[in-house]
Design a protein around this ligand. Structure first.
Ligand code: MLT
Ligand code: ZN
Length: 482
């Protein structure tokens, strides 16, 4: 067995490929690349490499493959699952794509946009807007997260109900494989039935199969009108019924349907400090609803009113604030988007990101809440998320008088196991949109069949036979490897 190259040897090789300015080694410079966004995972790396071209990524990968050096691909490093930072062995090179941040082409006839992987989501959305188009993926971290990471994690967010996940928004991809070869399907085709659709292997693979370097994305018409309301509902069950009514009355115009529990609202208002609840009274459950369409504003507002009236008549809706301006709508959305950071700041939140069939979601929330509260009655039940997609962020938060370390030490595992188990029993998923990373890797053994795990490993071995790309992420060890 040949010895692994020393850190100096690795650095010299990387400098040869990307230049000295594309290599970071000082602890102060590399800190934000080896630590995850929530500061729960902190690793080490001999060098953080910042390639500027696909050719450089390919050369880096080929060298690392030839020398058995592991590689951790990284975009905006906003993963909630520890999927984008190295472990603390100090052996893996981090390849961050942030210098590959160019919009390569926009085709307004084909309604496509070709971008390098390091373009931020906000950058992609702004570029689309300049061409009077919409790139519809919408998540709170849009200013930092990058298109490559969005694809690698099959990002979801608040407009999936209408436009789908990232997987639904991509037409072509360029990916550097672990041995340095480049796979490219950078064509903007909406129809191409020429065998396996290989690009989809890399969507949601969290950088374990290849490094995405560019993509062709779908563009949509910009909506001409939007109507937004912050609605107090009787219960999660009433919210599901209201969603059904909204879809009946507004069809595909229902763009977002986000559930918010009272403790989630309390927390975010406390965190923001400068923002009041849109509703005069406190309610246990609220939904943020957004309709968008190509029709005129008046017609859309009338439809929203119809939905609210119907909800009031049936006792599902208790109160509602309708955004009277773009500024109101922004405030409503800010409240929703900041729930995540409010929890990070507070600390002590058990983040479960589950999905169940919509028909089971109310019962799931009721059961899971009762079971958690029976364990620790003062837990703040921060429950929110993309109800329209059957996806709840079910995040029990420490009681005010308990420290994060204390609460998580006692309850992190039992509560996550409980919530994930209940979701699984409802035919749900233990990770609806946040992925697996390292945080949920070993849980997959319990929730995926042996056949699924074997197939995952077979794909992994076919593309990355040396297990060098993002090792230890996503795939749990197999009891009897095939
Ligand atoms: C959200 O919906 O806000 C995101 O998925 C992030 C989170 O839950 O922390
Ligand atoms: Zn979410």
């Amino acid at each position: 067995m040949t010895a692994l190259p020393s850190p100096d040897h690795i650095l010299a090789a990387m400098q040869d490929i990307v230049g000295a300015s594309g290599c970071l080694t000082d602890a102060a410079d590399t800190e934000s690349y080896v630590t995850d966004y929530r500061r729960l995972y902190r690793g080490k790396s001999p060098v953080v490499v910042l390639p500027a071209t696909t050719e450089q990524v390919s050369a880096v990968m080929a060298w690392c493959y030839a020398h058995d050096v592991p590689v951790v691909p990284q975009g905006g490093n906003t993963s909630l699952m520890g999927g984008a930072v190295p472990d603390d062995s100090g052996t893996a090179v981090v390849i961050n794509l942030r210098r590959m941040n160019r919009v390569l082409a926009i085709d307004t006839i084909n309604d496509t946009m070709t971008v390098q992987a390091g373009v931020t989501l906000a950058g992609a959305r702004a570029a689309a807007e300049e061409s009077r188009r919409l790139f519809p993926l919408r998540i709170g971290s849009e200013g930092s997260c990058q298109i490559g990471g969005n694809l690698s994690t099959n990002a979801g967010g608040t407009a999936v109900l209408r436009y789908g996940n990232m997987r639904d928004l991509v037409l072509g991809m360029e990916v550097v494989l672990p041995d340095g070869r480049v796979f490219s399907s950078l064509r903007g085709l909406r129809k191409d039935n020429t065998g396996y659709d290989l690009k989809h292997l890399f969507v949601g693979a969290e950088g374990t199969l290849g490094i995405i370097t560019a993509a062709v994305l779908k563009l949509m018409p910009q909506p001409r009108a939007s109507a937004v309301a912050f609605i107090a509902v009787e219960s999660p069950d009433a919210a599901v019924k209201l969603l059904g009514e909204a879809r009946q009355l507004a069809g595909p115009a229902v763009t977002a349907f986000e559930l918010i529990s009272a403790p989630a609202l309390d927390l975010v208002l406390e965190y923001l400090g400068d923002t009041a609840s849109p509703l005069p009274e406190r309610h246990d459950w609220m939904v943020l609803v957004e309709l968008t369409s190509g029709a005129d504003e008046e017609a859309l507002n009338a439809t929203l009113m119809q939905i609210l009236e119907s909800g009031l008549e049936r006792g599902w809706v208790k109160d509602a604030a309708v955004a009277a301006s773009g500024a109101d709508a922004q405030t409503f959305w800010r409240i929703r988007e900041e729930i995540s950071d409010a929890q990070t700041r507070t600390g002590g939140s058990i983040k479960c990101d589950v999905s169940v069939p919509l028909s089971r979601i109310a019962e799931f929330i009721g059961n899971a809440s009762a079971r958690v509260l029976a364990l620790e009655p003062a837990t703040r039940m921060v429950i929110y998320g993309h109800m329209g997609d059957g996806n709840v962020h079910f995040n029990p938060l420490r009681p005010k008088d308990r420290s994060a370390a204390d609460f998580l030490g006692q309850w992190y595992k039992p509560v996550s196991d409980l919530v994930d188990g209940l979701a699984h029993a409802e035919n749900g998923s233990i990770s609806a949109e946040h992925g697996i990373g390292v945080a949920k890797r070993d849980d997959l053994r319990q929730y995926k069949s042996q056949v699924e795990l074997e197939l995952m490993w077979q794909v992994k071995r076919a593309l990355d036979p040396k297990n060098l790309l993002n090792p230890g992420r996503v795939l749990p060890g197999l009891d009897s490897p095939k």
